[in-house]
Ligand binder design. Structure first.
Ligand code: KG4
Ligand code: ZN
Length: 340
């Protein structure tokens, strides 16, 4: 007898992207993302506006995912949703929707940790293509707007944080420096684009002094702020005249800092499968430098669409929890500060 397929609906609403995805037996069928432009005018995510926009977007986004996947909603085996970490009001929209969907369709509910979702994005399979996947144990540098961690992954849901930021996240450093340079939010992708046109050795910024495998980015942010203040006193057009070089130099510093500890972790653990995940893994310099690391290692870099927030990563994590029959109850509540 042929076993029936497992179809997972994934819901992601932890920050400012409303996303729904369908995964069938580990293969992606649809991944719909609605970005929220409303925050641009404020230079950062406004939590109240984010939850309202999620409320408006969630039904059309799920509808579109089901349509694009060419499935009937009655075929869905379970609904997986992000239960944290993230903005509480945003998480509540996704979790309420998922609970209602699970009740209405009489299917299991699966809660997913957003950061584990970022890491498990490496296991998303595409129709008609075979991509190498990391073997356990592997190391994952998880770098997003809210997190910077080196994680040892020994199984799908067995993860240990070996080091993490003690203050700002790497994505936050990109965004805050971009704001100082008058670039629109989120600044990371734009800073990356301009950095590709500049000279990265023109300006030097000091590295933080942190112990073990931990990170710190708040000192770099202050360093750039004082550097700009100083230069602007001498030349009020300093930013406009040197924008590309400033972007390239800051980007190089952030990537250098990230890779120093990742290299330490590789040496300490002897692990050879190395992955990156999270929004900052879309960064061109980080991707290039990792690719060139060494042929001794197997490097895993996610497809661009699975770097920043998306529901495909939640659906694939849901698929693996479904295989373990690890389901949530209707009483589950979002946890804004959920740990890996
Ligand atoms: O994972 P993500 O979409 O959301 C969080 O969970 O935080 O990450 C968003 C972060 C933002 O800080 C954004 O500026 C950064 O990822 N980011 C980048 C790039 N693309 C996104 N940072 C540097 N270079 C990029 N190309
Ligand atoms: Zn994220």
């Amino acid at each position: 007898m042929q076993q029936s397929s497992i179809i997972i609906l994934g819901i992601e609403s932890s920050c400012d992207d409303t996303s729904a995805a369908i995964i069938k037996d580990g293969k992606i069928l649809a991944n719909i993302i609605a970005n929220q432009q409303v925050h641009e005018a404020y230079g950062g995510v406004v939590p109240e506006l984010a939850s309202r926009a999620h409320q408006q977007n969630i039904v059309p986004v799920v509808d579109e995912a089901i349509k694009q996947a060419k499935i009937n909603k009655k075929e869905i085996s379970a609904v997986a949703f992000t239960n944290g970490p993230g903005l509480l009001g945003s998480l509540l929209v996704g979790s309420s929707f998922a609970k209602a969907f699970s009740l209405a369709m009489n299917i299991p509910l699966i809660e997913i940790n957003h950061m584990q979702g970022h890491i498990l994005a490496h296991f998303i399979e595409e129709e008609n293509t075979t991509k190498k996947q990391p073997h356990f144990p592997f190391l994952c540098l998880t770098v997003s707007g809210g997190h910077t961690q080196i994680v040892k992954v020994t199984d799908y849901f067995k993860m240990e944080v070996l080091g993490e930021t003690i203050d700002d996240a790497a994505g936050e450093a990109f965004d805050k420096v971009a704001k100082m340079l008058n670039l629109p939010y989120p600044g990371g992708p734009i800073l990356d684009k301009y950095a590709q046109l500049g000279n990265s050795s023109n300006y030097k910024f000091t590295h933080p002094k942190v112990f073990n495998l931990n990170y710190s980015f708040s000192g770099l942010k202050t360093g750039v702020l004082y550097f700009l203040k100083n230069e602007l006193q001498k030349n009020k057009n300093f930013i406009q005249e040197n924008l590309y070089d400033i972007c390239a130099s800051v980007q190089k510093t952030i990537v250098d800092i990230l890779l120093i500890n990742l290299n330490k972790a590789i040496k300490q653990t002897g692990i050879k499968d190395i992955a990156i995940a999270g929004g900052v893994s879309a960064n061109s310099e980080l991707r290039k430098r990792l690719t060139n690391l060494s042929s001794d290692y197997n490097i895993f870099i996610p497809k661009m669409e699975y770097c920043t927030d998306n529901a495909a990563m939640i659906a694939i994590a849901g698929y693996y929890k479904y295989l373990q029959q690890d389901f949530a109850s209707q009483n589950v509540t979002p946890n804004a500060r959920m740990k890996v």
